[in-house]
Design a protein around this ligand. Sequence first.
Ligand code: C2E
Ligand code: SIN
Ligand code: SIN
Ligand code: FE
Length: 388
Amino acid sequence: MTNREQELEKRLNLLVKFGGMIAIETNLNRLLELIAEQVKRLLNGDRCTVFVLDKQTNELWSKVAHGLEHTEIRMPFGKGIVGIVAQTGQPINIKNAYSDDRFSSEIDRVTGYKTRNILAVPLKDVTGKIIGVFEVINKMDGDFDAEDEGMLFLLGSFASAAIENAQLYESLNKSQLETIYRLAITAEYRDQVDTAVHLRHISEYSALLAKGLPLSEKEVENIRYSSPLHDIGKVGIPDAILLKPGKLTPEEYEEMKKHTLYGAKILCNAESALLQIACKIAGSHHEKFDGTGYPIKLKGGQIPLYARIVSVADVFDALCMPRVYKSKWESEKAREYILSESEKSFDPDVVKSFEGVYEQILKIQSLSNDGKTTVIPGITKELHKHTF
Ligand code: C2E
Ligand code: SIN
Ligand code: SIN
Ligand code: FE
């Protein structure tokens, strides 16, 4: 192997490790510190700062500037290097900071630090909206090059998902259902264009299945509102796996399966009863009735009832919708599949309920095919506009 190949392999390994580490840190401050530390190492810089865009004040704030811990930096949007990167969405690579008039030396004056060169790239969410800026300062050997830029950009795409994840986790105590739905949409938006439609289907099919069992009205409403969060753990799955157009390798599929664990982790500390249900659903919706599912091979009645219900709704709708890795199935073929999996993948009572409400499910499906979609309960029209 040449030196260069060795260097590339080293970087690749670090990159994979980086993805794994940040996916499981849900405390925002610790996450930002972790990201900064790793990025500094990966790019051989002296300092790294992660700026997060505060939409309320339109400023970029950071708590984790190396050398000035416990200080908060705030840069107005459009001002200074980070502000300009946030505004234009373009990276900036400066070889000599003091001869560049976009650089404001105020921070250096406060810290007594001497900035030489700077590489700053935008952090974007899956829809392309700016959520912050990554800045690395003073490369140890020479200047930042195009490869560093590419690397920082890649790290940024991992980091933005983790940052959104952590922001979600922090807001959970407030139990803001709309915020969570917004993230559910963002999380899944990456692997399917019709996310809002899919989430509404899951919500309505699950409610119909619950009603048909029959469960009480309260329980029907519980599942209606909590089921759309079943795949929220997909925020922790790298694009390279989630968006892969073909079949996953066994290793990739193992990684993919962790979306159940991530989802449960995101939701489980919540106080609200609804989110506790959502947590069970997120954690167990891929368990199978015969005990061959994941993540922990629960069997029959060990699987929470709500999860047994959502499992049928999820698979039926996944089969009927196109995915990056498969085309859509005819509804009839999907129905037959569900029936054939009774007692294998699915609870036979839920499958019986499915048969009973199948006509109603088809009606909901045809409404979305006609484009006459309604809004998911809990999500306002405004929110839809905002996300898409
Ligand atoms: P998803 O696309 O929402 O699919 C949910 C579940 O529907 C799947 O869980 C599976 O039980 C069922 N399903 C979907 N498509 C098919 C199909 O063509 N045939 C059959 N028999 N069942 C199907 P599963 O397999 O545990 O997958 C979980 C998630 O992992 C999927 O969510 C998807 O995001 C991802 N995934 C699974 N296989 C692949 C793949 O080959 N390529 C890619 N890119 N992603 C995959
Ligand atoms: C700036 O964005 O102009 C200041 C960058 C820094 O030194 O952190
Ligand atoms: C896989 O094993 O790659 C996924 C199986 C499936 O989704 O059918
Ligand atoms: Fe899932």
